[in-house]
Write a new protein. Structure first.
Length: 153
C-alpha cells in the first residue's frame, strides 16, 4: 500500500493512503496519478539525455567519422558539443532520480540548445528539428508538472 503526504490549503498536513496497482481486486479501476506520469516522463527523458550525452562524447572522441573530424569543426560548435557532452549525463542522472536540480539542469540544457541556433549556425549542433523537439519536450514537462501540482491540492 502506498501513502502520499498531502497538504491542504489551510496548512494541515495529512498522510493519505492509496492502494498499489497489485493490491486491487479483479475488475477494479486503476486511478491515474499525474505525479507518477511526471516521474515516468522524467525517466524516459533521462534515457534520451544519456544517449545524447554519449553521442556528444562519441563526436569528441572521433567515433562518428561521418560527421567529420572534431578538431576541424568551428570553435563555437566544439565548445557546444563539449558542454553538452559534460552536462547532458548529469542532467540525465538528476532526471532519473526525480531531483529538483535534475529538472533545472535539464531545462537549462534544453533552453541553451533551443536558443543556440538563433545565436549563429556555427554554434548549433542541432538544427530546427532539435529546437522543435526540445520545445515540445519542455512543454510536456511543464504540463505534467502543473497537473501533478494540481493533484496535490
Amino acid at each position: 500500500m502506498k501513502a502520499t503526504m498531502r497538504q491542504s490549503v489551510d496548512g494541515v498536513t495529512q498522510i493519505v493512503e492509496r492502494e498499489g496497482a497489485y493490491g486491487r481486486a479483479a475488475g477494479a479501476r486503476v486511478r491515474f496519478y499525474w505525479c507518477d506520469a511526471l516521474i515516468w516522463y522524467m525517466r524516459a527523458i533521462a534515457w534520451l539525455w544519456v544517449a545524447k550525452g554519449l553521442f556528444n562524447w562519441g563526436l569528441v572522441l572521433g567515433a562518428f567519422t561521418r560527421f567529420g573530424d572534431f578538431a576541424l569543426l568551428p570553435r563555437p560548435l566544439q565548445g557546444s558539443i563539449v558542454f553538452f557532452a559534460a552536462v547532458d549525463p548529469l542532467a540525465a542522472v538528476g532526471l532519473w532520480l526525480a531531483a529538483p536540480w535534475g529538472g533545472v539542469l535539464w531545462l537549462l540544457c534544453a533552453s541553451i540548445e533551443t536558443v543556440s541556433p538563433a545565436l549563429g549556425v556555427r554554434g548549433a549542433a542541432s538544427g530546427m528539428l532539435g529546437v522543435a523537439v526540445n520545445t515540445a519536450l519542455v512543454a510536456i514537462y511543464f504540463l505534467l508538472t502543473w497537473r501533478a501540482g494540481q493533484e496535490r491540492l
